[in-house]
Design a protein around this ligand. Structure first.
Ligand code: ZN
Ligand code: ZN
Length: 296
């Protein structure tokens, strides 16, 4: 390997999917290919910055990976989109929080008058879970986030409130000329709907504009969405329209409905690809599977 190649490899950002499902974990025969765990994505930057997005049940697999031989200690930022179960209920099973020497910072929006710390502690209050957050042996800190811009080392982070019940944040990361957006859970009403908000759609399109990677809520097919308007999730058509309009390079379909089988997700991917082709779009659409990684 020559020096230049070595540098390129070192500069890669690695994105890994640990859970791609939404709402409820769905183990079983019909979900073996895409996996049955709920939302969790990790992003590893050069120079050891390790970010985790959401702590659904997929974070258990990430926990196993981090507790393996290769990762003796963990220093990570955990960004929570919002505190619905499918985005936080894997956290008590994230072993690095119980290991002395690890450093974890958990960030996300307050909800229902509760801070991020209170929300995480609330699901571990001894009634809903037997172990209290006082048992965390790692150094764990909590940080409330709103709509803002900030930087961690040379990684620039931007957040945006999404259209979802309660306070839910989408994240955009810019690093070394590349960008990754994590936008779930989010509802985009079709233009024909009375709740359609042009300003919101424009703001979201700006937020994800020209990004290399958009990981986003694509819970429903267009047919399914008809009966689920106002539930806070998007359908294939709306997601494709946003990605194409914003000139997203790669669109990753995420947060699938628990009633959808692997074959149904294949179907959503085909629908999205056909719609992009019809629009003459240059956006590439992918349905990532649990356990998959790629470099940006
Ligand atoms: Zn969700
Ligand atoms: Zn939600």
């Amino acid at each position: 390997m020559n020096k230049k190649h070595k540098q390129l490899v070192k500069e890669n950002i690695r994105v890994s999917f640990w859970g791609v499902r939404g709402t409820l974990p769905v183990p079983g025969q019909k979900t073996v290919r895409y996996g049955g765990n709920t939302s969790c994505v990790s992003i590893e930057f050069p120079k050891d910055n390790f970010f985790i997005f959401d702590a659904g049940t997929g974070i258990k697999e990430l926990s196993n990976y981090l507790m393996s031989e290769k990762h003796k200690s963990t220093k990570a930022m955990i960004f929570i989109s919002h505190p619905h179960w499918d985005h936080i209920n894997g956290l008590p099973f994230f072993a690095p929080v119980y290991t002395k020497g690890n450093e974890l910072e958990i960030c996300g929006p307050p909800n229902g008058g509760m801070s991020m710390g209170e929300l995480i502690a609330g699901q571990m209050d001894g009634v809903y879970f037997p172990i209290n957050i006082k048992e965390f042996s790692a150094t764990v800190s909590f940080h409330n986030l709103g709509e803002e811009r900030f930087a961690i080392d040379t990684i620039n982070i931007q957040t945006m409130f999404l259209n979802h019940p309660g306070q839910c944040l989408g994240y955009r990361l810019n690093y070394g000329g590349r960008s990754i957006c994590y936008v779930t859970d989010n509802e985009m009403y079709p233009e024909s709907n009375r709740l359609y908000n042009e300003n919101y759609v424009n703001k979201l399109a700006d937020f994800v504009a020209d990004t290399d990677v958009l990981i986003t809520d694509c819970t429903y097919t267009d047919e399914e969405y008809e009966a689920k308007i106002g539930w806070g999730h998007s359908s294939v058509n709306q997601v494709v329209e946003l990605a194409d309009r914003a000139k997203v390079k790669k669109l990753y379909l995420f947060h699938h409905d628990p009633d959808q089988t692997d074959d149904d997700i294949d179907g959503k991917l085909k629908m999205a690809q056909a719609l992009l082709e019809k629009r003459g779009s240059s956006t590439i659409c992918i349905a990532p599977k649990e356990g998959e990684s790629f470099d940006v």
